[in-house]
Write a protein that binds this ligand. Structure first.
Ligand SMILES: NC(=O)c1ccc[n+]([C@@H]2O[C@H](COP(=O)([O-])OP(=O)(O)OC[C@H]3O[C@@H](n4cnc5c(N)ncnc54)[C@H](O)[C@@H]3O)[C@@H](O)[C@H]2O)c1
Ligand SMILES: [Zn+2]
Ligand SMILES: [Zn+2]
Length: 353
């Protein structure tokens, strides 16, 4: 049996092709994908900046219906609606059982990025059907009252963005600055608000995204093209933010995030960097400023997804304003183009297989 899927063939070459439909083996499940989306990381893959093998189905943000359950997967029924996180921890290995689910190893040890499998090391979600590994640890049932559109962004960007706030250990009353207000940064802003920050400063250079930052919880927005962001943050916070979140992955924003901190503050980094990242000694008080620098890879697994689903169900967070455009799987090349060129105020595109 065949299915349609978005296949990576090489740099700037993705195609919707007929490929073999997956079957569930031991501990696995197959879901019929009802909604998915495109991540900034998929753009890196398309542009050849993050290597994956030719022939791989890409995408890592699935919502769907259980089609088939492999032997050993219990407590689920065919036909149930599920959300699966972008990162699929096994729940069994040394990393998982040490609480480092995102760095899940393939067997005994730890492996950086090991838990990121969909559209990276195994076939991904931009397809009609998806094979879910370690299904017992990764299928999160979606409450009936929630729509696919309400939950699809939980798989990656919300989990990642919120984790920026969580890893930063924001406390009630903290001042927080979030560098970049793309989908990840906007969710980090929402996460800072949920964490009880008293002052949230959102930084970007796109008027549309700065407006959305306010909607997601920013009290002040700064256009980095118009103001000296670091001195403005130092002024607004009376000497530096308690937490700065980096959500872009460049030297400039990393450095500004560090320079915006008060001594003892935390830089929580979410961006994916390339090349060399440098740390000017005076920006972290020559190593004596009691600064903390933490990084986080999108938390996954069914318990993480259950918690995020509850946040949507309880009305604490609404991510639907970020879903700005809708496409069918057949039109996905057009969706990549729009998303990649950031035209028409696009934030996230919904893809319906
Ligand atoms: N840690 C993780 O698990 C994880 C998961 C997914 C994505 N990411 C990474 O997060 C980063 C952000 O992803 P995204 O999809 O939100 O990105 P995006 O490209 O959609 O948005 C980036 C934003 O940065 C703004 N910008 C550009 N230069 C700026 C500057 N100097 N100061 C402030 N803002 C600036 C742009 O206007 C844009 O709005 C990427 O590096 C991505 O690879 C990390
Ligand atoms: Zn992603
Ligand atoms: Zn594991």
């Amino acid at each position: 049996m065949k299915m349609k899927a978005n296949v990576f063939r090489g740099k700037n070459d993705i195609r919707v092709e007929e490929v073999e439909r997956p079957r569930a083996g031991v501990g696995e499940a197959v879901i019929r994908v009802t909604l998915t989306t495109i991540c900034g990381t998929d753009l890196h893959i398309l542009r050849g900046e993050y290597p994956v093998k030719s022939g791989l189905v890409i995408g890592h943000e699935p919502v769907g219906v259980i089609e088939e359950l492999g032997p050993g997967v219990t407590g689920y029924e065919v036909g149930e609606r599920v959300l699966v996180g972008a990162i699929t921890p096994c729940g069994q290995c040394r990393a998982c059982l040490s609480g480092r689910h995102s760095q899940c190893g393939h067997g005994g040890g730890y492996e950086a990025l090991g838990g990121w499998r969909f559209g990276n090391t195994i076939n991904g979600a931009q397809a009609e059907y998806l094979l879910v590994p370690h299904a017992q640890a990764n299928l999160a049932k979606i409450p009936d009252e929630l729509t696919d559109e309400q939950v699809v962004l939980l798989a990656d960007i919300a989990s990642t963005g919120f984790s920026g706030a969580e890893s930063g250990q924001i406390k009630i009353g903290d001042s927080v600055v979030v560098f970049a207000q793309g989908p990840i940064g906007l969710c980090a802003t929402a996460g800072a608000k949920l964490s009880g920050a008293a002052l949230i400063i959102g930084v970007d250079g796109d008027a549309n995204r700065l407006a959305m930052a306010r909607r997601m919880g920013a009290d002040v927005v700064l256009d980095y093209r118009e103001v000296d962001v670091v001195s403005e943050v130092l002024r607004l916070t009376g000497g530096g933010a308690d937490v700065s979140i980096e959500a872009l992955g460049t030297q400039a924003t990393f450095e500004s995030a560090l320079r915006s901190l008060r001594p003892g503050g935390t830089l929580s980094s979410l961006g994916v960097y390339s090349g060399k990242l440098q740390l000017p000694y005076e920006a972290f008080a020559a190593g004596l400023g009691d600064h903390r620098i933490v990084t986080t890879l999108c938390p996954g697994g069914k318990e993480r997804m259950r918690r995020l689903l509850e946040m949507v169900r309880s009305g604490r967070v609404d991510l639907t304003p970020l879903l700005t455009h809708f496409f069918s799987l057949d039109e996905i090349a057009e969706a990549y183009k729009l998303f990649g060129e950031r035209r028409e105020g696009v934030l996230k595109v919904a893809i319906m297989p």
